[in-house]
Design a protein. Sequence first.
Length: 176
Amino acid sequence: MTEARKRIAAHVAANPGEHFNELVRSLDLAPGQVQYHVRRLSGEDRVEAEQFYGQTHYYPPSVEPWERGALALARRETARDVLLYVVEHGPSAPGAVAADLDIARSTLEWHVDHLVEQSVLRKLRDDRNRVTLVLTRPEATVALLQHVTPTAPERLVDRFTRLVDGLFAAEDPTAE
């Protein structure tokens, strides 16, 4: 195995769920070089690629499907903030989460929908149809969050999205 391939395999093992662009940045390799070696590593069953919401993420084969989806989402700052909020506060109303995190409800819903789709969160409804956000696997989620930190470029993208959402919410008199 080449030195570059060893570096990529070791990096993916140490940082499961990292997306392609972050892999390129972290390893300081050309995108084509990373593509070539990842393809070879995939053929050797040493690295697996999976698409989540517009980004390709890379994992060692030993990472289970639930953890793959959770890792991919936890690498996004806003989704991570939502998870940390629910870990800290317990079952939470979406309105409180959005207000305390200072994000638009539409942004919260986008992330919550994906977290629900990946079985990281559940939406519980009471008899009055009010929603409460609950972690599906609290211990596993806490363990996962301890090992994942969004990178600077990922934080910038999320913060830009929050800024744009805030601008649109300020212009929309019907926004909550």
